[in-house]
Design a protein around this ligand. Structure first.
Ligand code: SF4
Ligand code: SF4
Length: 208
């Protein structure tokens, strides 16, 4: 099929009416129409979480949260790119946690809001990666950090959940904390430890 035979669709992106081939993502459709969008555009591979969009498809009133680079345009689709500040006041040093017995107390100090979760599911419903964010916060609050961290493995830190949370919990940062402490207090594989020791003794060289 030549480019001129491709099926075209009509969409509205950030208030601009655009006609473009259906194979394009929302970002590519903007570029195709001559709008040089740069803000909120990152890796273009669905892993950086920068290109947050709100989407309403034809024939439905439902609005979904998605990633612009992963969403192909469809006839009648309306898209709005979301740009919002993404501050977090949750700062910590893992080195200050002396042992795994102290993790829960540090978590409660760093994320005191986590216990205030209203179980409104706003975070889960806003997540473009389909993560059960609410469950992750609940698990972390109960000290089940390994299970909580595993839930957040696909997280791209798009901050949708943080913006959706009425209690300012920053669920994605809860998830990152859970993954970090799990790794930090986990015994490393013995073959890795042995190799690192050999490297330190000069018995093993890393090829240039
Ligand atoms: S958990 Fe939050 S930050 Fe991570 S992908 Fe889902 S909405 Fe985005
Ligand atoms: S949005 Fe916040 S309050 Fe609501 S379920 Fe998620 S973490 Fe809990």
């Amino acid at each position: 099929m030549s480019e001129s035979d491709e099926p075209l669709v009509n969409v509205v992106i950030d208030g601009k009416s655009i006609t473009a081939p259906a194979r394009l993502s929302t970002i590519q459709a903007l570029w195709h129409a001559g709008y040089p969008r740069v803000k909120s555009v990152g890796c273009l591979e669905g892993v950086c979480g920068s290109c947050r969009i709100m989407v309403r498809r034809a024939g439905t009133a439902e609005v979904t949260m998605e990633l612009g680079c992963q969403t192909l345009i469809e006839e009648g689709m309306e898209v709005s790119f979301l740009v919002f500040p993404t501050p977090t006041h949750h700062t910590y040093e893992l080195g200050e946690i002396n042992n795994s017995w102290e993790v829960q107390a540090h978590f409660n100090r760093i994320f005191p809001e986590a216990d205030h979760c209203r179980h409104c599911s706003g975070c889960t419903r806003s997540c473009p990666k389909g993560i059960d964010v609410e469950k992750g916060v609940e698990l972390a609050s109960k000290g089940r950090f390994r299970e909580a961290g595993e839930l957040f493995i696909e997280c791209v830190m798009c901050n949708f959940c943080m913006t959706a949370c009425p209690e300012f919990i920053a669920p994605n940062h809860v998830g990152i904390f859970a993954r970090r402490v799990t790794a930090y207090f986990h015994i490393r594989p013995s073959n890795l430890i042995n190799r690192l020791e050999k490297l330190a003794r000069g018995e093993l060289q890393i090829p240039e």
